[in-house]
Design a protein around this ligand. Structure first.
Ligand code: ATP
Ligand code: MG
Ligand code: MG
Length: 504
């Protein structure tokens, strides 16, 4: 048994002595209507054990059938990752015993993955583009979901009993495996996060997965090892399983680097094993030992025919690929004329599509950003929800903007109108009507308010008469008050000048 230490070495100190090597296995759940090898529905969140057929339960005598759409999605993922696509490939049985796998094997691919030898470019914060090479992307099926109940910690070892939901059993997966990644140095945690974010972005853009990490649609196993600087041979890796958020991927890699360094510094050896990630303590704990040649007793699946891909089919699928997300982002930023910081904020706020739709519906890029990143973001923050969860439609922004441009309301009132729209009071135009919020620019109403203000402030009037036109500003307060903020300021100024017989 290996010796462990709870000690950690400071990250920067660790990296003075060691070079990290990384490798990622990302499982992507496909959003096909049915499962990988059966007609059971592939739906998240249904009552446990309702979306199951004898095939996903592995009952005796059943025969699997490959889901063609799942194969197409796997090919599309391969193409998006610049992989070669196999002309023929088959499935294999990966044998292991665990209650989440009723067949006692997982149908996967072994030495002939559908896609192999690819790469993606990852842009790091320092602007450097880091190329991550893809070893393979292969098809397989998901296991059922175990929920560990009771016990002191609620974790596997501490649980009193476990529940299993086979709805997830047989859901189509694509596992994307990177080659070993060297040279990231201190940027290893950042690269880990950026890599998984890029994969998520790609499968989302392809629309082959719901890509929600919190639902487990995209799950990352992070392999980490350290080798002394200058060494040629890689160190022993650990594999932290099922890291399910971008932040967690970053933290898990960082933690393992700090932990490996401490173990190595103490003179002990790293044990090749799986590790569990704990979000609450931001630490990993030991899972099960795992050798490279883990004896899964892989053998070809006898019940499935090989998958044959024709060049025509592949080209047809290639034609379905969307613009690569990274290129799309560059194009949008250039089209919209946003600074790097402005664009980054928009991306981080998750409103890129909303802004795109708002512009398409008829506003300038500047106006779209002003609303989404300004007032809408503020309302979302106050309500403690995501911006998109407020449910503001691009059409609402276009309507508000045209009300402003048509001088029907001013900016300040427009912000109030938006609040009422968000509260469900109707469209901007309806709110303006219902609440009588339109700008007051008819001269009789404004004239009376101006008269009252001038009468109340004779000294201001004297200054204006004396040529200090900027003193008119002082009259604006009472006029706005009299019109509940709805006066057309430009028209007020004109009326004052008219009344005093001054040429504007
Ligand atoms: N010394 C190492 N340090 C860091 N990463 C490594 C090292 N050796 C291999 N890796 C990476 O670990 C990952 C191994 O994934 P792979 O799916 O091939 O095998 P596995 O983890 O043994 O099997 P399984 O799919 O059953 O988990 C790859 O991304 C590989 O590049
Ligand atoms: Mg693995
Ligand atoms: Mg793997």
């Amino acid at each position: 048994m290996a010796s462990y230490t709870d000690e950690l070495v400071d990250f920067d100190v660790a990296l003075e002595k060691y070079d990290p090597v990384l490798g990622f296995e990302v499982h992507v759940e496909l959003n096909t209507k049915t499962k990988m090898f059966s007609s059971a529905p592939n739906v998240f969140g249904d009552t446990p054990n309702t979306n199951v057929t004898p095939v996903c339960l592995g009952l005796p005598g059943v025969l699997p059938v490959v889901n063609k759409t799942a194969v197409e999605y796997a090919i599309m993922i391969g193409l998006a990752l610049n992989c070669k696509i196999a002309e023929t490939c088959g499935f294999a049985r990966k044998n292991y015993f665990y209650p989440d796998t009723p067949k006692n094997f997982q149908t996967s691919q072994y030495d002939d993955p559908i896609a192999y030898d690819g790469w993606i470019d990852i842009e790091l914060e320092d602007g450097e583009v880091f190329r991550v090479e893809i070893e393979r992307a292969h098809m397989e099926e998901d296991a059922g979901k175990l929920t560990h109940m009771g016990g002191a910690t609620g974790r596997i070892q501490g649980a009193d009993y476990s529940l299993v939901d086979y709805n997830r059993s047989g859901v189509p997966l694509v596992e994307i495996v990177t080659k070993t990644i060297e040279g990231a140095g201190k940027r290893a945690p950042e690269l880990a996060k950026a890599y998984v974010a890029a994969i998520r972005e790609i499968v989302k853009a392809l629309d082959v997965s719901d890509a929600k990490m919190e639902r487990g649609n995209v799950r990352c196993d992070a392999n980490v090892s350290l080798m002394p600087k200058g060494a040629e041979k890689f160190g022993t890796r650990t594999e932290t399983k099922n890291v399910n958020s971008l932040r967690a991927v970053e933290h898990a890699v960082r933690f393992e680097i700090e932990r490996h360094a401490a173990v190595l510094n103490s003179g002990a050896a790293i044990v090749q094993e799986t590790r569990h990630w704990h979000e609450d303590t931001r630490t990993t704990t030991s899972g099960r030992p795992k050798s490279d040649a883990d004896d899964y007793r892989y053998f070809p699946e006898p019940d499935l025919v090989p998958v044959v891909t024709t060049p025509e089919w592949i080209e047809e699928l290639r034609a379905r690929l969307p613009e690569p997300p990274a290129e799309r982002r560059k194009r949008l930023q250039a089209d919209w004329g946003y600074s790097d910081a402005e664009f980054r904020d928009v991306v981080n706020a998750g409103v890129t599509e909303a802004i795109e739709e708002t512009i398409a519906a008829g506003t300038s890029a500047a106006v779209a950003r002003k609303w989404w990143m300004g007032e809408i973001a503020r309302l979302a923050k106050n309500a403690d929800v995501e911006i998109l969860d407020l449910g503001v439609e691009p059409a609402t922004i276009v309507e508000l903007n045209s009300l402003i441009e048509g001088k029907k309301i001013n900016d300040k009132i427009a912000r109030q109108v938006l609040e009422f729209v968000v509260a469900g009071e109707g469209t901007p135009t309806e709110v303006v009507e219902k609440r009588s919020l339109a700008v007051v620019n008819d001269d009789s109403a404004l004239g009376a308010a101006v008269d009252a203000a001038m009468e109340a402030m004779p000294d201001v009037v004297a200054k204006v008469k004396g040529g200090k036109l900027q003193a008119i500003g002082a009259l604006m307060g009472p006029v706005m008050k009299a019109t509940r903020g709805q006066a057309d300021a430009g028209r007020v100024r004109e009326i004052v000048l008219e009344k005093l017989g001054i040429e504007g």
